[in-house]
Ligand binder design. Structure first.
Ligand SMILES: [Zn+2]
Length: 767
């Protein structure tokens, strides 16, 4: 309450009319409502026009458009600093570039000068998860405060910090969510879920894209913000569930991925703890640190491999902009937290009550301001820390090889291009060898790719190329595993079917200049390219799983035509008139059959394919069609056709069987058309929704089996005996058609190049 009064006081002090301090438009005058009010959301057009107006009027603010989002909206970045810093922005950027690469610094005198003159570079990113609406709204209020106020705390920030602010990493989703919310506000559907993915392809997975860089929003942010500026601090602003803490800041829980520099871990700890202490000092209750979020996967933490710290904050959600009311009994325990008990990492529990957008925006703004204050006051620390992390990388860590060598002649050109694209997009220097050479006891032809490991962002190359051995973390000795926040493997060679080697000796062959980022290069299986092409339908539920979105992305990248099938079309029947093959990505049978229940969303989005859809699918297959079902959707198909198949790993307790996102080996039956174009074995992606099958009907063909022994290739696996040797892909012939069931994920987040041929072969069925 105090802080809200304080904010109100500031707003009053800086002026209440249409123009506030410094002649700047106030948020209230621009939007016609105060930012952070109950049931009030600014859409992307309103927000960007506000940013333009402030940038036009303020010498502290520059607005740049980085490019266009997936659906064509402007992705923008604000650069906020003092007018003096703006005048010498090019020089300040050059200082940062030098500190990012200690090889370019002439000596101690130059270093001292750079450390003296440089500024702390902070990047904040908001709203990547578009239903987490608070961050993007807050950015307008924070902008006004920084542009208009002459408080000494603001001046301190403007003088010492270059603040790069991306108010939405997902403008499409922001617009959809705000339109949806505004359409239904005041009706019984107020605050109801958006019935489609809030990123066109990836939904919530858009923040799992920070090494594969598949989506344009990620590419634009990485190239124009991260790689252009190499921020010391990146703060990604999120929201979490309603019934735990009010806000989370780091420290993260274990594990950190092993290539993250120790000083970055310590930097995350001090900054997150500082932010938490600031909010608690202001009387904000319910602040937690060291809870549930780990720092293992680089898919969520680009900056940990680029000299800077990555701060995640998570604020408790309301129902979009509609307040919720929580009693003490509603508050729940999490991994590192009981929300009703005071503890070292949660010193002041929130006692319940109303929680809404005003609280969310207040907490977020306080967190952002605390971070900027730390960045300003500790300018010297942040610059030195950044320099030393990069210096240690250039000197090389003892467990790193001298270089990685990727032979030029790879059978999988798409995989090779993808790996090179990831490394170079991640600012790793990759060269071509100008002559044939020998290293590490092997011969490599001229043109092979060399990644020397004495370079600033070598940790990124190391983590992407090496095999992951995730630590065996348990809740207590012999007890259940501690669930990783995300997944446990990302080895590019396995995902992308590319062979490479670590080399222990320095590579002395002449090398080309570092490569530019190559374009995408995809090769299609011949049957899929055929202009008498198969008519593919992808089931598109109003509860569309992210995996289906990723598969739409993969097919779009290949220029492969498909149609998406809504429930109504499914129920209409005669599916064979329009389709030869229908894909169900991983989705539960209940969700496929029933969709949203009545009352949860407006009536046109309720219900699934229903009994009529089930009958239509049975007829479709019996008349010669094919259904391809992945992971959870295989249960739907097993039920639909009463197949003699079951999930071999269902109901196993996690202390016996646990694979939370790992790469496993699978043996492929060589004479089977579904394995066309592949060798005798392949790595595959296995995670929580994956399964191995038990086959009870000899008519069902086993197309692929998990490898014998321990099939783990990278990541974490408990209980290898439950999957080893068991069926991984099966085909059942039914009437004139067939069904193909995948136990693993053949299109993992657009990355599993190695299993794309299996998916494409399955989709290439012809009558
Ligand atoms: Zn989020």
């Amino acid at each position: 309450m105090l802080s809200r009064l304080f904010t109100a006081l500031i707003l009053w002090l800086v002026g209440s009319g249409s123009l506030g301090a410094q002649g700047l438009p106030t948020p209230g005058s621009h939007f016609g409502f105060e930012i952070g009010g109950h049931r009030k959301l600014a859409d992307w057009g309103q927000l960007t026009s506000y940013f333009e107006n402030v940038a036009r009027a303020s010498p502290r603010v520059v607005l740049d458009t980085l490019g266009s989002s997936t659906r064509g909206r402007p992705l923008v970045m604000l650069t906020i600093t003092s007018p003096e810093n703006h005048r010498r922005l090019g020089e300040l950027k050059a200082i940062q570039k030098k500190l990012a690469d200690p090889r370019t610094i002439g000596g101690q005198q130059e270093l001292a000068q750079l450390l003296e003159q440089g500024k702390t570079v902070v990047l904040m990113t908001h709203g990547i998860h578009a239903t987490e609406v608070g961050g993007s709204q807050m950015s307008a209020r924070l902008l006004y405060r920084l542009a208009a106020s002459n408080e000494s705390s603001v001046q301190e920030i403007l003088t010492n910090v270059i603040f790069l602010d991306i108010p939405s990493l997902n403008p499409d989703g922001l617009q959809w969510v705000v339109e949806w919310y505004n359409r239904w506000v005041g009706t019984r559907y107020e605050g109801s879920p958006l019935p489609w993915l809030y990123h066109h392809y990836t939904g919530h997975d858009n923040n799992r894209d920070w090494y594969a860089f598949t989506q344009v929003e990620t590419q634009l942010a990485v190239q124009n913000a991260h790689n252009a500026w190499h921020p010391h601090i990146v703060h990604d602003i999120h929201q979490m569930g309603s019934n735990g803490a009010r806000i989370f800041f780091p420290p993260f829980i274990d594990p950190y991925e092993q290539n993250v520099d120790p000083a970055l871990i310590a930097g995350v700890n001090q900054l997150g703890a500082y932010m938490a202490a600031e909010l608690t000092a202001q009387g904000k209750k319910g602040v937690v640190i060291h809870d549930r979020y780990d720092a293992f996967t680089p898919a969520r933490a680009y900056q940990h491999y680029h000299g800077g710290v990555r701060i995640l904050s998570e604020t408790a959600s309301a129902r979009i902009a509609t307040p919720v009311s929580l009693s003490w009994e509603d508050l729940r325990a999490g991994t590192g937290l009981d929300a009703t008990a005071r503890s070292w990492n949660f010193p002041w529990p929130w006692e319940g009550g109303e929680w809404g957008l005003p609280d969310i925006v207040d907490y977020m703004e306080a967190g952002a301001f605390a971070l900027l204050t730390n960045a300003a006051r500790n300018r010297r620390y942040w610059l030195e820390n950044f320099y030393h992390v990069n210096r240690r990388a250039v000197e090389g860590w003892s467990r790193w090889p001298q270089a990685w060598v990727i032979p030029a002649a790879q059978a999988n050109r798409a995989g090779l291009a993808y790996v090179l694209r990831i490394l170079t997009s991640g600012a790793v220097e990759v060269h071509r060898a100008e002559q044939a050479f020998r290293a590490g006891g092997r011969s490599f032809p001229a043109g092979s790719y060399v990644v020397p490991m004495r370079q600033p962002f070598a940790s990124f190359a190391q983590t992407m190329l090496e095999v992951q051995r995730y630590p065996d973390l348990r809740e207590y000795p012999g007890g259940p595993p501690i669930r990783p926040y995300d997944v446990t493997a990302h080895t590019l060679g396995l995902l992308m079917d590319v062979e490479y080697f670590p080399v222990a000796d320095a590579v002395t062959v002449p090398l080309s200049a570092p490569l530019e980022i190559p374009g995408w290069e995809f090769r299609l299986p011949a049957a899929v390219r055929d202009p008498d092409a198969v008519r593919i339908g992808i089931y598109r539920s109003w509860q569309e799983p992210m995996e289906a979105g990723w598969t739409r992305w993969t097919l779009d990248q290949h220029g492969l035509a498909y149609d998406t099938i809504r429930d109504a079309r499914m129920r209409k029947g005669d599916l064979g008139d329009d389709y030869d093959v229908i894909l169900f990505q991983s989705q539960s049978p209940l969700s496929i059959r029933e969709g949203f229940r009545e009352g949860a969303v407006p009536p046109e989005y309720t219900g699934g394919i229903g009994d009529a859809g089930g009958r239509a699918l049975r007829t479709f297959v019996r008349n010669g069609g094919r259904i391809v079902a992945v992971e959870e959707a295989s249960d739907f198909v097993i039920e639909l056709f009463d197949l003699g198949l079951s999930n071999a790993v269902e109901r196993l307790p996690p202390e016996r069987f646990f694979i939370p996102g790992s790469i496993l080996g699978v043996d492929l039956r060589q004479d089977h058309p579904l394995n066309r174009g592949k060798g005798g074995s392949t790595p595959v992606w296995f995670w929580r929704s994956s399964r191995a099958f038990d086959v009870h009907d000899p008519q069902i063909e086993v197309v692929a089996r998990f490898s014998d022994g321990n099939p783990l290739l990278s990541g974490w696996l408990l209980g290898p005996e439950y999957v080893a040797g068991r069926p991984a892909v099966v085909e059942a012939r039914i009437g004139a058609g067939s069904v193909v069931l995948f136990g693993f994920q053949p299109d993992y987040r657009g990355q599993s190049v190695t299993t794309w041929p299996l998916l494409f072969n399955a989709l290439a069925a012809t009558r």
